[in-house]
Design a protein around this ligand. Sequence first.
Ligand SMILES: Cc1cc2nc3c(=O)[nH]c(=O)nc-3n(C[C@H](O)[C@H](O)[C@H](O)COP(=O)(O)O)c2cc1C
Length: 457
Amino acid sequence: MNRQHLRSFVEAYGQAFPGEVVRVAEPVSTDFDVMALVLEYERRRRFPVLLFEQVRGHDLPIVCNVVASRRALAFALGVDESRLALEYARRIKETVKPVVVTDPPFRTRVLTGPALDLARLPIPTYFPGDAGRYLTAGMLVARDPETGVETEGYHRFQLKGRDRLGVSLHSRRRMFEYQRRAEAKGHALPCAIVLGLHPLVSMGSLAYPPPDVGKFDVVGGLFGEPLEVGPCATIDLHVPAAAEIVIEGEVLAGTREPEGPFGEFTGYFSRRSTQHVFVAKAVAMRERPWFQSIGSGRAGDHITTLGLVREAEIWNALNRVIPNVTGVHVPLSGTSSFTAYVALRQSRPGEAKHVIPIVLGVDHYLKLVVVVDDDIDVFDESDVLWAVATRMQADRDLVVIGGSLGAMLDPSADERGVTAKLGIDATRPFDEPFADKLVMDPARMAWARALVERLGG
Ligand SMILES: Cc1cc2nc3c(=O)[nH]c(=O)nc-3n(C[C@H](O)[C@H](O)[C@H](O)COP(=O)(O)O)c2cc1C
């Protein structure tokens, strides 16, 4: 099986980590069951890929949690977890153009006209309180109406009818701008929603390439080989050839309809939405395809990749101008979107403060940056908070920027998504005497470790 297929990833991952691919043979409902199982595993600090073999009222299986853990993302990239962000940061710069295959498997069945009914897909409802059934793993692909550069990204889609989906483009990145450009010309934006993708395609679709670079080129860099793409059946667009299901259609111009509420990555129901409308023209699929779902809310499946991508972009932005960055973490506690911790070995006065605007400039979602010295483990949040408690003085170490572009879905931002941003310099003063940190002799620590083991752990 082609290595760009979701199924080959799941098979290889399950072989490498038995127990990390869980097959659920018991019949499940599309109402809440998928999300409830994700939450129960997360309560146990587990993030296995879940394959629901029997979904009541539907004949397709659901696969969920494919991109829920750093372990899975590192396996997809073929590196150790500790190298994940740095390796991703390196490969996204080595772009490779996609290659076209003429007869992709998703063209096996193409449903149009009266045969097209999106409700027949096993689309779940995630939380009680969601407005309805939601496609959460739909990667939207479109081309810039002005330059022709393709982009893709995940967007929530509310099932509204046989061929109609509500969609929110609230991240207000390239897709939002492409739709705005098409609408300004009075045109709908032709696009395709792609389901059932290898993790490297998901990871590449969240990258921040320059405006003249398509994200399929970034995905090629991650694979180290061209991404295979195939032509859609009813619109002039190419999508990953290994896709399980492709919904072809357009986002309408000049039409807005209520969409949501939906349980969002912030951990809250979100009523904010750009209220766009997608109308389907065709559903193309492989023989007995896997329907992919991404757990909603703060589930690892929803936010782990977002944190990784931001870490990599921060590494790349800082490395241009700051020589000794030693750690970057965009933690789950900040929904992998709003908070970043950066550690550095200071070499020039004022360097720690210089880090703050660079990180905030990487992405408009980031609104809290904490800069620490290289003796702090940015993956240990209590260590970061200890540095804030003991090295930060509020009258000299805070940087606040008001009235800035932020995330529409941040409930503390205003309705337009305008927010304030905060940088905290929690480093020791550069080149000045500072209290000595408590450190035990490594030889005695080794003795203590061995003794604890002899005592039974
Ligand atoms: C699971 C998942 C769901 C997402 N849902 C949305 C969404 O509903 N609306 C949105 O605008 N962005 C959403 N995002 C973020 C975008 O997919 C992301 O910002 C993407 O890179 C935007 O691509 P673009 O720059 O091509 O517009 C989601 C991301 C993930 C991982």
